[in-house]
Design a protein around this ligand. Sequence first.
Ligand code: AKG
Length: 275
Amino acid sequence: MCSFVVVPNCFEGDELERLQRSWRRAQRPARADFEAWRDAGVEVDLPHGKLWFDIPVDTLLDEAASDGGDPILLELLGPRPLLPVLEKIVGSPELCGVQPRTLAPDTPDVVSGYSGWHRDGEQGPTNDLMRSRGRVVKAFCYIFDVGPDQGCTSVVPGSFRLACGPQWLTRQYGFGENEAEGGELPVTSMPNHFKFAAKAGDCIVFDIASWHSAMPNHTDLEREAVIIGFKNGSHVGRATARTGGMPSPELLKKLDAKGVLSDEHKQLLREVYAP
Ligand SMILES: O=C(O)CCC(=O)C(=O)O
């Protein structure tokens, strides 16, 4: 992989419609909490005060196990068309984190994404450990269409090869620091970035050391995506790398008892679930 890989149509047609319906159902409690919090005017301690929320991973997957629930949500643990691509990039992929994420629209004055440009696990032992145990990638899969001004995720091609992250640039691109040097630059001013504006069901995969950021969302629509981390699962003494939440063994047992966990799912989940 030289930069990133786009895998279109991981979900389409009837499967996509089922996924979107089930996502909406699973999202209800987290959305209600989020809206109550937002409407109460609770101060947020995030760069740019940006608003977003995640569906807890067990809530998302529990929807698949509920009466009338749809196992399609389990495909978010590893969309089938991605699996051969992941085999090539990380080799024997294993899940290492799930972030079912909704970004709210921004006001027009907001010039940066909620994350700012960064690479994951920038310094220190976590990153060293991750890297010493093979490549770790993230796949972003859009649940609904995402336009170029709708908070799309973005990546600087090839930047995983650089020795350092964008945090070391003289001026920050969308992180609000380095006031003495002139302060933050709009996230959109990062040279040579690729904006992943795409259809629902499309995915992008990149190494977590790639410089990446969400763009500002200057539409009236939310950006809804699942961000899924994968690492190489065949290293002896595997790293405990995590890029997001993981399903609990109790929930996986429940799903398995319902007969909805496929062999592929079990392979991806083998670090946390060994029936
Ligand atoms: O949501 C995005 O587009 C960026 C997320 C991000 O920065 C991350 O997953 O580390």
